[in-house]
Design a binder for this molecule. Structure first.
Ligand code: UDP
Length: 330
């Protein structure tokens, strides 16, 4: 039996595939390469280029491969883009999920682990955030993921497809050897942009807003290493295969860092000055997002290996130094 990683050529997907293969799983990747990279697909994974909104593509894949679980990582995930293009997000994310679940139903595949997000909470009612807390997304990205979670809940009841939704906080870092990493076009995420400035590829960092309700006025986020995220998916998949019902888990380090603190940490790691200026708010950014991840630790037995943001930034810096232009160099 094989695991299908939908979006396995993307940033999170490529690290997911790498972890699965190193744990001895047989892995199939589906990706339309709209944001992913062919060079990021692990050579031991069987690759199918196509779109998970395409039912024929999926039926063909499920007919050729003996898939017992799907790890769904092929949603669009940029808050600022979603604010400008909400329909693009509802189309790819929500319709993509419906078409995938229908194909899984036809093929008799019963398990799906799904990348959800802290953006489902909107401006949280308390910090750290617990899974049952109020969910009122303030951007279309978070709204689309919440809709996907709701769809899966009803599909479990009706069709017996069991799911775990993993609400990621801020995924960051790269495989420690720097062989795979983050490469988005355009890049919008804080840590890779800070490292672009450190590498001299961008003049300065713009910090979007310093008048938020946080200790230093800049947004506070909870950074989690990408390989710790990947490990949680393997635990969640095995949890479902053991017969547990669908569930939802936060995945974060439970420690918040402000945008200014991330900049300081990156200056320390890289030894570079990293010029920065305060710019207007970006829109769609909650003040603070920090997870309570105790449920994933207790129920799934998840033990993140990276508990220090400088170590996380260090892995992203290794990738940046080895691949200054990302996968373009390969
Ligand atoms: N951010 C910033 N400058 C940038 C990119 C991001 O100040 O060039 C801020 C952004 O406004 C947010 C934080 O960094 O407060 C994390 O944003 P990112 O896009 O990395 O992740 P998100 O929290 O949106 O998933």
């Amino acid at each position: 039996m094989a695991v299908l990683v939908a979006g396995g050529a993307g940033y999170i997907g490529s690290h997911m595939v790498d972890r699965l293969i190193s744990e001895g799983y047989d892995v199939v990747v589906a990706d339309n390469l709209s944001t992913g990279h062919r060079a990021a697909v692990h050579p031991q994974a069987r690759f199918y280029e196509g779109d998970t909104r395409d039912a024929h593509f999926l039926d063909d894949l499920f007919a050729k491969e003996d898939i017992d679980a799907v790890i769904h990582m092929d949603a669009f995930s940029l808050v600022p883009e979603s604010m400008k293009k909400p329909l693009k997000y509802f189309d790819n994310n929500v319709i993509g999920m419906i078409v995938l679940l229908e194909a899984m139903k036809r093929a008799g595949v019963k398990y799906v682990v799904f990348s959800s997000t802290a953006a489902t909470y909107g401006n949280p009612e308390r910090i750290p955030i617990h899974e049952a807390d109020r969910k009122e997304p303030i951007n279309p990205y978070g709204e689309s993921k919440l809709m996907m979670e709701h769809i899966m809940k009803w599909v479990e009841q009706a069709d017996g497809i069991h799911s775990v939704a993993l609400r990621y906080f801020n995924a960051a870092g790269a495989k420690a050897d720097g062989s795979i990493g983050e490469d988005h076009h355009p890049e919008t995420h804080l840590i890779p942009i800070v490292l672009k400035v450190a590498a001299g590829q961008q003049d300065q960092l713009k910090i979007f807003g310093d008048d938020y309700d946080t200790p230093d006025g800049t947004n506070v986020r909870d950074y989690i290493h990408i390989l710790d995220l990947a490990d949680a998916h393997i635990l969640a998949m095995e949890y479902l295969k053991q017969g547990h019902a669908s569930d939802v888990f936060n995945l974060g380090s439970s420690t918040g860092f402000s945008n200014k603190e991330i900049l300081d940490a990156a200056r320390k790691v890289t030894g570079q000055e990293i010029p920065a200026e305060i710019a207007p708010r970006r829109g769609g950014d909650p003040d603070t997002l920090v997870a309570d991840s105790s449920k994933a630790r207790e129920v799934l037995g998840w033990k993140p290996k990276y508990d220090n943001v400088e170590d996380i930034i260090k892995t992203a810096w290794t990738w940046k130094q080895k691949h200054p232009n990302g996968y373009e160099d390969q």
